[in-house]
Ligand binder design. Structure first.
Ligand code: PLP
Length: 307
């Protein structure tokens, strides 16, 4: 996005994010500032692709209401996109997500329905809480004859990263050693790896998981509640592609919180999953698995203002 360019829609502010480099363990962590998009998170790309895709296929009619179950970030992203394309939007959220998220979605002009938690606590949303919110969201979509985005089962969300995040990283770095990300739906990690691995087959794909809920790496759930909101739900997401993922790194709440605080002190005010991604990148660089001067790319998922 060249400085001084004029835009006639907020949709133009989605994507084309910048990368900041952090020196670590004899290598470089390249962090992509996804949190600087209008909805404040990486989800803006998925939301735009889901709505534009559904409109193009005729699955979403002009003016039709859109409903989604969200941890908050997809809700803010859809609020931005739906407003730009004149669709009323209803976000259905677990009450356990931080109140700042509901406030932002309402501020963006959307309706928010909060669903009581099943087994999590405030700030710690479990797979059970997500299940309850998803059930309610489907019911609301039926009642209102709305389009249900269904981000966990929506291939458009994955394609968004394959079409945009991957190519943007490739343009910045013709040779990356690894790409890693926390996993909610898996759209960010899997979609980006789909693109990157086509031209950079040496690249290692890494899933970042919360300690105690690292099911993708083969562990059982011993601690379903953790602070990495929007990720680590203790089950394999429906569109997961195990063939693209070469390694798994587990991050504790303390490590994610410490790294998040360190990022804040560098001028990068982001949320806990961003802290987890950078902590995991440090661990990977320290592991000795990568060449000297390796470059590890990851995502700063959302703004710290949402917590
Ligand atoms: C803060 C945060 N980090 C990471 C993710 C994971 O993104 P994805 O659903 O693309 O796996 C999400 C998803 O909602 C999120 O809200």
């Amino acid at each position: 996005m060249p400085a001084g360019r004029r835009e006639n829609t907020v949709l133009s502010l989605i994507g084309a994010t910048r990368v900041v480099e952090i020196a670590a363990g004899g290598g470089t962590i390249a962090v992509k500032a996804e949190y600087l998009q209008p909805g404040g998170s990486v989800k803006d790309r998925a939301a735009r692709a889901a709505i534009e895709g559904a409109r193009a296929r005729g699955a979403l009619r002009p003016g039709q209401t859109v409903v989604e179950m969200t941890s908050g970030n997809m809700g803010a992203a859809l609020a931005v996109v739906c407003d730009a394309l004149a669709h009323p939007f209803v976000a259905v959220m677990s009450e356990g997500n931080s109140p700042e998220r509901a406030r932002m979605i309402r501020g963006l002009g959307a309706e928010v329905i909060l669903v009581p938690q099943v087994d999590g606590t405030a700030g710690c949303v479990t797979g059970g809480d997500i299940g309850a919110a998803a059930e309610r969201a489907r019911a609301v979509a039926r009642e209102r004859e709305a389009f249900y985005v269904d981000q966990f089962n929506n291939p458009d969300c994955f394609a968004a990263h394959e079409r945009t995040t991957g190519p943007e990283l490739r343009t910045a770095y013709p040779r990356l050693d690894a790409f890693l990300a926390c996993v909610g739906t898996g759209a960010t990690l899997i979609g980006t790896l789909r693109d990157l691995k086509r031209s950079q087959p040496q690249l290692i794909g890494v899933a970042v998981e919360p300690f105690g809920a690292a099911v993708l790496g083969g562990a059982t759930v011993t601690k379903p509640a953790h602070i990495l909101q929007g990720t680590g739900y203790g089950s394999t997401p429906p569109l997961w592609d195990a063939g693209l993922v070469d390694a798994f790194v587990t991050v504790s709440d303390q490590e994610a919180a410490d790294e998040r605080a360190a990022l804040g002190r560098r001028g990068l005010y982001v949320g806990f999953s961003s802290g987890a991604n950078v902590a995991a990148a440090r661990a990977l660089l320290a592991s000795g698995r990568l060449r000297a001067n390796a470059i590890v790319a990851t995502i700063l998922c959302d703004t710290g203002l949402k917590y």
